[in-house]
Design a protein around this ligand. Structure first.
Ligand code: NAP
Length: 290
């Protein structure tokens, strides 16, 4: 007989906080953890019935451990800690954007401990996490994915099983090429519109109503023209993603124009101290440089 899901969530950042809140609403969440522990304490205080824990103690009280942490080394560290402390049968679901190699290494750690792993990167931004409308691209065993499906359904508009472990992250890599290219086009276009003196109130809905309309323009067009870059997807994280994507494209022998241009641009913004700004801060480089 399968046990009821007792989920733990590790990584309460821009995405993870809202995703964990959806799990709490569905009655699936038992515990939360975060690198800086004050976030976990604040979350537990605001969500009755959940406790603030560490990756170690979460593994002891939960049979599904969900991650939405920053980078590859974080996924490996937390997976190793969970694998060492968890009961057999524990499943780790990782929503971070990392390489498919990292996903395979984390899966090996969990499987050696009698558990399993699903790589399940997400798309839809902080708005998708808040509204519970993320698109999830999953890699792993079909039976394991079916077992954790109630967890994913708490914050997904769509869940797609892309193949074995790593297939979710490879799908996300493709997604990030599109994200980077759309950001290049929209920021370059809006910087030109601004320089030509076109009124944002008229320009943005006009573009959105035609063939140029897209998610990034809708959600970030007005804020970038108002120089507000604090909400959304940190450009340092997209830079991290694009380094993974570059390796994949190099191995595949496909064109890397968007990838290389975006890596150079975000590196420049990071050097200027903007790593924590939203990716729409790319418009800074598109404006006339003085
Ligand atoms: P974020 O706001 O920087 O949040 C990351 C959270 O994870 C922080 O609270 C951080 O703790 C915690 N953390 C990092 N390493 C940890 C560890 N080893 N153990 C425990 N907690 C750890 O980032 P985010 O925007 O939520 O993104 C999270 C992941 O999702 C990234 O891989 C990102 O690429 C991906 N993603 C982001 C978006 C987006 O639009 N933001 C969309 C899709 C996917 P601290 O408080 O100590 O920093």
């Amino acid at each position: 007989m399968q046990h009821a899901i007792r989920a733990g969530f590790v990584g309460l950042g821009a995405m993870g906080w809202s995703m964990a809140a959806h799990l709490h609403q569905r009655g699936l969440l038992a515990a939360v953890a975060n690198r800086s522990p004050d976030k976990a304490q604040r979350f537990a205080a605001a969500h009755e019935g959940t406790i603030a824990a560490t990756a170690d103690t979460i593994a002891q009280c939960c049979n599904v451990v969900v991650l939405c942490v920053s980078a590859d080394s974080d996924v490996i560290d937390v997976s190793r800690t969970v694998a060492a402390a968890a009961a057999p049968g524990t499943i780790v679901v990782d929503h971070s954007t990392v390489s498919s190699t990292t996903a395979s290494a984390a899966a090996a750690l969990l499987r050696a401990a009698g558990g399993d792993f699903v790589d399940a990167p997400v798309s839809g931004g902080v708005e998708g996490a808040k509204n519970g409308k993320l698109s999830i691209m999953a890699g792993g065993e079909a039976a394991t994915l079916a077992r954790v499906r109630p967890v994913l359904d708490a914050y997904a508009a769509r869940v797609t099983h892309m193949g074995p472990v790593g297939a979710g992250q490879n799908t996300k890599a493709v997604n990030q090429v599109l994200i980077a290219g759309i950001a290049q086009a929209v920021t370059e276009g809006l910087a030109l519109g601004e320089a030509l003196g076109l009124a944002p109130d008229a320009l943005l809905p006009t573009l959105a109503a035609g063939a140029a309309g897209n998610w990034f323009l809708d959600k970030r067009g007005a804020t970038m023209l108002a120089n507000q870059f604090s909400v959304g997807f940190k450009l340092g994280l997209l830079h991290k993603d694009l380094r993974i994507v570059r390796d994949l494209a190099l191995a595949a022998g496909t064109d890397r124009s968007v990838i290389e241009k975006s890596l150079a641009d975000y590196a420049e913004l990071m050097a200027r101290g903007h790593a924590d700004d939203d990716i729409s801060a790319l418009i800074r480089l598109k404006r006339p440089q003085v």
